[in-house]
Design a protein around this ligand. Structure first.
Ligand code: SF4
Length: 744
């Protein structure tokens, strides 16, 4: 098709290249959705190095979501009991500026919080950091990456001295053994899985090990599926390390020359003999031995993980323990080998580069490092000492801050915490107490808008020009190819305008998003994520580029990509002060909330192939919603029998914190003692369908990531069949249910 625009899929962290064309192109009938609305044409971009033309159902249908349920104008209200009224941008921005100013006076900078999102482009992230950390003097910026990847971030920083996955997607086709733990890659990162699966199918000697309590689509493809008990990952990983040492499968030269702390680590691993580990994990001894043998015999082992590892009260320990296996076997810095965390959001990686968490700063710097703060203050041209030395509030601490009355302004942008946070009953009660909440989003209504005093319409995918980085550090320019609907504005423009209204005109004197990006790029100079060769113009000319890519935007265009470095640590020198990677040993503590007689089952939550997070986009696409019209619960036949539950029956799941209702799927694909429910449904889509009404907020003490993946529950048949109106909400009912009726 002529005039195709190249961009990046705005859904998951795989970061597939897309090509889009307008609904009407010469010589073809107008492209329309099922309801007859004209929609953009979408296909995979064959030239994108990460995806090579492949897309999953979400990417293929993304155009159908662009005009549905959009927030078109700013709206305001004085209290949550009132309906919103449409206001001008000036009125909304004046109100926000005045609330921030008065909060600075009464609460101090610590009273202001922003909760952002991996849906942001890098320019949005960067501008938000400058506003909060550089101008307002608070580090209270956190993002939904805290719920997704912060354990991986902490693991990389502690083991290697810096964040950053050292691997790339080409490793999927170069590995001898793929070790997938805590990731349903087939459903949640489908194009990564397609690349791996193709390699696996083509090469009979390549092994695939999948560790998951569920027999997922990923596990179905494995040579070995280890259905361990939830919370026993550390046992398993330590048990593999024990066997690798016992059988002599360790790389002593690499350990001696490139690492530190091995002997203390080895002492602890002695305490994980295979018999004990197999018993704790609930797997057979020979299965454990097979996994260790494949690790040991393979020249190139690639580990892949995602939320099943990260969303844990032991998340950082688990990430570091995966990395330990790579360090002891020298499986790093080579094609086909290394630890590889798969990011959830499309630009979670860009957020990490831009300092988009409450303990970090742009350019892979950390708040606690005085030199890092001084370097960023210099680039921002703000007074020395402006950036607070105190890490800001992490996501769950913001909720606690609202409960304790220490937060005066809660600014939520491009995310929906009223569905995605743990312990939703408590989360919603805290949001209700917020003195002033802004919900800045492309879509309306959302569950979070129910708790907002001001809603701001944001431009989204295809409506603003910016940059995103995917899981393999591939940076892609995403152009604006359509006008934002109504009065929607880019997130970075909104942040910059608020900054100027608060008196920081010079700091936010950006002509366009290219200027924002140019300033951000300066923060990466000499850092592990150095991308000083990049600019909007260059990315448009040269196409997607992997970092590190030091240089100048004026450097000659790279024509031979094969010569570009794809991996980190190929020289086996790490970003620690002495250049050595760090071993660390962790004993398994188990689940933060273990099953007990009142709540005897472990609920694990997760994502479905077709849906994206809280369904703000995918919930409006008929091709997607028909796949699973209702949220369901997977339960093993033995547990179903104990709970008197039949297949296809509505059941109630209860935890200490709340309850939710699901349609039972009795299946041997889940281990006895564990049940599974998808996390996508919020109160906008059905009554009592929220999996996170059940989850708890205990966090990893290092990464502060909540243990969303496991909580103790019981299951019982429902006393009353749900009504159709409770199971599927009509559009008007959604607005009324959320008390968000607009006055006209
Ligand atoms: S795999 Fe992820 S990035 Fe690729 S098309 Fe699907 S949702 Fe988009």
């Amino acid at each position: 098709m002529a005039d195709m625009t190249k961009t990046l899929c705005p859904y998951c962290g795989v970061g597939c290249g897309l090509e889009l064309a307008p609904p009407a192109v010469p010589g073809k009938p107008i492209n329309r959705d099922a309801e007859g609305n004209p929609i953009w044409r979408v296909r995979g971009d064959r030239s994108h190095p990460s995806s090579r033309g492949q897309v999953c159902i979400k990417g293929a249908t993304v155009a159908e979501s662009l005009d549905k349920n959009r927030l078109l104008h700013p709206m305001m209200r004085d209290s949550l009991d009132e309906p919103f009224r449409q206001v001008s941008w000036d009125e909304a921005l004046d109100r926000i500026t005045s609330e921030i100013s008065s909060t600075l006076g009464t609460y101090g900078p610590e009273g202001i919080c922003m909760y952002g999102s991996g849906q942001f482009q890098t320019e949005d992230y960067y501008t938000a950091q400058k506003l909060l950390k550089g101008c307002l003097g608070t580090n209270n910026f956190d993002a939904n990456s805290r719920l997704c990847m912060s354990s991986a971030v902490a693991g990389y920083i502690q083991s290697f001295g810096s964040d950053g996955p050292p691997t790339c997607y080409d490793d999927l086709e170069n590995t001898d053994c793929a070790f997938l733990i805590g990731t349903n890659t087939a459903d949640c990162h489908p194009i990564v899985f397609n690349r791996l699966r193709k390699h696996h199918k083509k090469n009979r000697k390549v092994k695939m090990i999948v560790v998951d309590p569920r027999r997922t689509a990923t596990a179905e493809a494995a040579d070995l599926h280890l259905a361990i008990r939830p919370g026993t990952d550390l046992h398993l990983l330590n048990g593999i390390a024990h066997l690798l040492m016992r059988w002599g499968y360790i790389d002593t030269v690499f350990i001696d020359e490139c690492t530190e702390g091995f002997s203390q680590f080895a002492d602890v691993m002695q305490q994980y003999p295979p018999e004990l580990v197999a018993r704790e994990c609930g797997i057979r001894l020979d299965e454990l031995e097979q996994a260790a043998r494949w690790w040991g015999e393979s020249n190139r082992v690639l580990s892949l993980w995602s939320m099943g590892i990260n969303q844990s009260a032991e998340g950082t320990a688990k990430c570091r323990t995966i990395i330990n296996l790579h360090l002891m076997t020298g499986n790093i810095g080579r094609p086909g080998a290394g630890p590889f965390s798969l990011t959830g959001q499309p630009n979670a990686m860009g957020g990490r580069e831009a300092g988009g968490l409450s303990h970090i700063l742009p350019g892979y710097r950390v708040i606690k490092n005085p030199q890092h703060r001084a370097e960023v203050e210099k680039i921002w041209q703000v007074p020395a000492g402006r950036i607070s030395a105190k890490p800001g509030l992490a996501a769950w601490d913001m909720i606690r801050g609202l409960e304790q009355g220490t937060v005066g302004v809660m600014w939520v942008a491009a995310t929906n915490p009223a569905v995605s946070m743990p312990d939703l009953v408590r989360t919603k009660a805290a949001l209700k107490q917020s003195p002033f909440t802004i919900s800045q989003d492309a879509y309306y209504p959302t569950e979070t808008a129910k708790y907002a005093h001001v809603v701001l319409p944001a431009a989204q995918f295809g409506e603003k020009a910016g940059v995103m980085t995917n899981s393999e550090r591939m940076v892609t320019f995403c152009p604006a190819f359509r006008k934002p609907p109504g009065e929607a504005r880019a997130d970075w423009e909104i942040f910059a305008e608020i900054g100027r209204r608060l008196g920081f005109s010079a700091e936010f004197d950006f002509a366009d998003s290219a200027a924002v990006y140019a300033e951000f790029i300066r923060t990466t100079k000499g850092r592990p994520c150095d991308m000083t060769r990049l600019s909007h113009r260059r990315l448009k000319q040269e196409g997607p580029t992997q970092w590190p890519c030091p240089g100048y935007p004026t450097d000659p265009i790279v024509t031979n990509r094969q010569e570009e470095p794809k991996r980190l640590y190929t020289n086996l020198s790490f970003n620690t002060p002495n250049g050595r990677a760090q071993f660390a040993a962790f004993h398994a503590k188990g689940l933060a909330e273990a099953p007990n007689p009142d709540y005897p089952l472990v609920l694990t939550v997760g994502r479905l192939y077709e849906h994206w997070h809280t369904m703000s986009r995918t919930g409006h696409i008929a091709k997607i919603t028909k796949k699973n019209p209702h949220p369901f619960l997977e339960i093993h036949p033995k547990d179903a029998k104990k709970c008197s539950i039949a297949d296809d029956q509505w059941v109630e799941v209860l935890s200490k914190r709340g309850k939710a209702r699901f349609l039972a799927r009795v299946t041997t694909a889940i281990s006895p003692g564990t049940i599974f429910a998808p996390m996508h449904w919020g109160e906008l889509w059905a009554d009592n369908a929220e999996a996170n009404a059940l989850t708890h907020p205990e966090v990893c003490p290092i990464s502060l990531q909540p243990e969303l993946k496991a909580c103790a529950v019981r299951v019982q048949p429902v006393s009353q069949q749900p009504l159709d109106s409770e199971l599927t909400k009509e559009p008007q009912a959604k607005v009324e249910m959320l008390h968000l009726v607009e006055s006209r």
